[in-house]
Design a protein around this ligand. Structure first.
Ligand code: DLL
Length: 434
């Protein structure tokens, strides 16, 4: 099943020809209308006419989040405000948000790509979609909402929060699809249990989870606790919002990135060099159809790899592997690079350990320290102290063996780590305060 079969299964050669045509048109648009790109293209000595093949992409300049911040709020927009029908923004941890604007056509394209994503995940018109991504400046809620309507499914615009009510609605309205962050899905399952409701008895069959990193082990846990197929969805506000890439339910192996709208590249984040198929590095995306705020070679900071291998689902669009994290989330602990997701994988493979954890990094006497706080189930927590000690030592040993870092594992009481209704906070790095 496809939403737009012609485009989703376009032979690669035709897809590449379309990309080149759209790339040239996009560069022509921004060199006319965005002073930032006029300057950047001039400096790189490229223009729309000098692009003759997709290989020329690597001659184009990168765009960084900072460039968008410097253009706050509207100076990266490529059309007059009369053409902008929607504005979203991503909340930065520091300072001003990054602002993005959409034309009517941009919203149409986004809705289509989200509708394609739903179908790829195994959703169809008869489904009832419980949308618990936040509505507002965050792109998750409205992005999924418009896609669901475009598909013709029934969408329940829940937004995040009010967890008890969410559960009641899911139960009474017979929701078949759940869209929210993976961490919130687990929180909901936990809250349902407290109310005496078994999530596995709801009608849910598909969960479309993203907006934050999660591991394969976390997927297995969610699928078991929620009794549904959990699919990974990726996106970012700068590029569009949710629906830039999604796993197909047939393979659940890599996320198809909609290449008739985006050109993905993987680069070495330090040198900027373009890497080959299968090599891990930073994902860089060029938007080729966007009108409101087209971006050339946007540095996502997300770490992944690309494959062009044919997929069992029949889609010809390249796949990116599950994000292993963001280059700016990577922790360097006594010189060792560690992604929170690697620790998550280890924790999730230990019996009795719950998918709620927090990493606390500090510096004591000039040495980095890593404390891993993780919840254990009720039955374990009330167990004898020596059993708990043995378990935490076992986890410490595994972390040391697999990642090469020394950590202190603290098993904490069930429900003692803060839950999130949106993106979960997994790391507290106290070194940054110094
Ligand atoms: O999180 C858009 C979105 C909404 C995606 C709903 C999926 C579902 P931002 O708030 O701009 O946009 O955050 C984008 O979140 O650069 C990644 O670091 C991270 N991210 C998004 N999806 C995934 C995922 C939305 N599936 C940033 N796996 C991105 C890992 C993800 N990280």
């Amino acid at each position: 099943m496809f939403f737009n079969e012609d485009f989703e299964t376009l032979p690669r050669e035709a897809l590449r020809a379309l990309q080149l045509k759209r790339l040239k048109a996009m560069v022509a648009r921004v060199q006319e209308s965005v002073p930032f790109y006029q300057e950047a293209l001039k400096k790189a000595d490229v223009n729309a006419d000098s692009i003759t093949s997709l290989e020329d992409l690597s001659r184009l300049p990168f765009t960084y989040k900072q460039d968008m911040r410097d253009s706050y709020p509207y100076r990266m927009f490529a059309v007059p405000m009369e053409e902008i029908v929607r504005i979203h923004a991503s909340s930065g941890t520091t300072g001003k948000p990054t602002v993005v604007g959409y034309t009517k056509k941009d919203i149409e394209n986004w809705s289509e790509l989200m509708a394609r994503s739903f179908v790829a995940a195994g959703v169809n018109r008869g489904d009832i979609i419980h949308n618990a991504y936040g509505y507002g400046l965050f792109t998750g809620g409205l992005g999924a909402h418009y896609g669901a309507e475009r598909l013709g499914a029934s969408v329940i615009p829940m937004s995040g929060g009010n967890t008890k009510k969410q559960i009641m609605i899911m139960q009474d309205f017979g929701s078949t699809v759940l869209t929210c962050t993976p961490s919130y899905s687990l929180f909901m399952a936990e809250a349902a249990k407290e109310e005496g409701i078994d999530f596995r008895e709801l009608k849910l069959k598909v969960g479309i989870f993203g907006a934050e990193p999660w591991s394969e082990e976390m997927r297995a846990d969610i699928e078991a606790k929620l009794n549904l197929t959990a699919v990974d969805i990726y996106g970012l506000s700068e590029i569009m919002g949710p629906g830039v890439a999604i796993e197909c339910h047939q393979a659940k192996k890599g996320l198809h990135i909609w290449e008739d709208h985006f050109i993905p590249e993987i680069i070495n984040p330090e040198t900027g060099e373009v890497l080959g198929e299968g090599e891990e590095g930073e994902l860089v995306i060029t938007t080729i159809t966007k009108e409101g705020i087209p971006l050339i070679r946007y540095r996502t900071r997300d770490i992944t790899s690309l494959t062009y291998e044919p997929c069992v689902c029949g889609r010809t669009h390249a796949r990116i592997t599950r994000m292993s994290g963001r280059s700016d989330d990577m922790l360097i602990i006594r010189g060792v690079n560690v992604f929170p997701s690697q620790i998550e994988s280890i924790l999730m493979s230990v019996e009795g350990v719950e998918p709620h954890y927090l990493l606390i990094v500090d510096r004591k006497e000039n040495l980095d320290t890593l404390e891993v706080q993780v919840e254990v189930g009720e039955h374990l927590f009330s167990d004898e102290i020596k059993h708990l000690q043995a378990l935490s030592q076992r986890i410490e040993k595994q972390i040391k063996e697999m990642l090469g870092v020394t950590s202190r594992v603290r098993l904490v009481e069930p429900k003692s780590i803060a839950r999130s209704e949106g993106k979960a906070k997994r790391v507290i790095d106290n070194r940054k305060k110094a």
